[in-house]
Design a protein around this ligand. Structure first.
Ligand code: AMP
Length: 405
């Protein structure tokens, strides 16, 4: 869905109360923010709303809130402090365990054009994750316009990203959300061809719909990671003690047949890096690894990465691509011994000069950043679950709920 949705560029917020749902779900240690990427990423939309003279009311969730103690530790207070520094203007924190109450309403009433306030963690209200009407109404009561700029939660229908949107006249997306929609939407719905999709990660079961949807959209589908072994078993190969989803073997056969009938290339590993047993400690560099061809895997070993011939095969397949979407590591990339496949594929994509290259969130985004490729892709999605559901071809409620152009 390359989307026809209204954005902050399509509206006039002068003098209006604008509720902006951001993703301020940052990691905290002893009350200190340890990674502020998400705050920095939210600034363009916030600055635009300030510059246009809106009364900017920011909100976000932070972590999971299950106990009363969580309400002490998962406060957004540190975010208000850091945002104040980043914006060079006060972001007034109006904490309330109810998120919206009379004190908050009074603070909103006192706002001048261009002022910014931040509400408390939206998950302090139990209805938030159930999209309960009372909280959505409370949020709608303090705003005239709603801006959704939180892609990471777009696959969930909660009060602060979906419920409130249905109760205000004007609901639009922010720049971050727009960027995700433009990149992921164009790549999948309108790709410049050849379009190569690369899927990895642990389990076939987690990516059933992604495999099926991308097979229809792409020209070549490359499979690596733990899920490749279920495909290899479906081909009749011995896979030893490697990760397998026995209940998905028929599904893999179906996908291989689907690729053939659609005339699409489906690439599987031709060799694999194996070990005897998982080492202890898990990152033991002296662990003995062996490479076997995919049709010669011994019964007593476990596959942890794609082998060198496969890296070459996959890198070659990527070379002529004009669009690449990558989701999921090629091996147990957290351990240096088994990171070669993921680095190899990452490197091949990063070296394309004239292609739209997209990393679809989650572990592959973490890997691309960890291995130093942060600025080498056209786009690294900020949402793990959300980008995966997008690649499945699903309509995301957090996008569907904003106004069409
Ligand atoms: P996912 O969340 O499905 O993208 O899976 C990511 C996880 O898959 C990472 O933690 C990897 O360590 C794991 N993984 C990748 N390849 C393998 C493999 N061959 N065996 C076991 N786990 C794997």
């Amino acid at each position: 869905m390359s989307l026809n949705k209204k954005s902050v560029d399509d509206i006039n917020v002068k003098g209006k109360r604008v509720l902006c749902r951001c993703d301020f779900n940052v990691p905290l240690k002893n009350g200190e923010i340890t990674d502020e990427n998400r705050l920095v990423a939210a600034l363009p939309t916030i600055k635009k709303l300030i510059a246009d003279g809106g009364k900017v009311i920011l909100c976000s969730h932070l972590g999971k809130v299950k106990t009363e103690e969580d309400k002490q530790t998962k406060t957004l207070a540190p975010v208000a402090k850091r945002l104040t520094e980043l914006l060079g203007q006060e972001v007034k924190f109006v904490p309330s365990l109810e998120v919206v109450d009379d004190t908050v309403k009074a603070a909103v009433d006192a706002m001048k054009d261009g002022d910014v306030i931040l509400l408390e963690n939206t998950r302090f209200r139990a209805e938030e994750t159930k999209n309960g009407e009372a909280f959505s109404k409370d949020l709608a009561s303090i705003c005239d316009v709603f801006v959704n700029d939180a892609f990471g939660t777009a696959h969930r229908a909660h009060c602060s990203n979906v419920g409130v949107a249905g109760l205000v006249d004007t609901a639009v997306v922010g720049y971050l959300m727009q960027k995700e929609i433009d990149f992921l939407g164009n790549a999948v719905e309108n790709p410049v061809r050849p379009f190569v999709a690369i899927l990895g990660g642990a389990k076939v079961a987690d990516k059933l719909n992604v495999i099926s949807n991308l097979l229809e959209k792409c020209d070549t589908l490359i499979i690596g990671g733990g899920m490749a072994y279920t495909f290899l078993k479906a081909k009749g190969y011995e896979i030893g003690k490697s990760l397998v989803d026995d209940s998905k073997i028929d599904y893999c056969k179906e996908m291989m047949a689907k690729a053939e009938s659609l005339g699409k290339k489906l690439l599987l590993p031709v060799d694999t890096v194996m070990i005897e047993d998982f080492p202890n400690p898990i990152d033991d560099p002296s662990i003995k690894t062996e490479v076997f061809d995919a049709d010669k895997m011994p019964a007593d070993k476990e596959g942890c990465d794609i082998g060198p011939k496969t890296i070459e095969l996959y890198s070659d397949a990527v070379k002529t691509a004009k669009t690449v979407v990558w989701n999921g590591p090629m091996g147990v990339f957290e351990m240096p011994n088994f990171a070669h496949g993921t680095i190899g594929v990452c490197d091949a994509i990063a070296n394309l000069h004239d292609a739209n290259t997209i990393v679809g969130g989650g572990d592959s985004a973490a890997a691309a950043i960890q291995f130093g490729y942060k600025n080498k892709f056209s786009h690294i999605s900020t949402g793990g679950g959300a980008s995966l559901e997008y690649l499945e071809g699903k309509t995301l409620p957090g996008i569907a709920c904003v106004n069409d152009k």
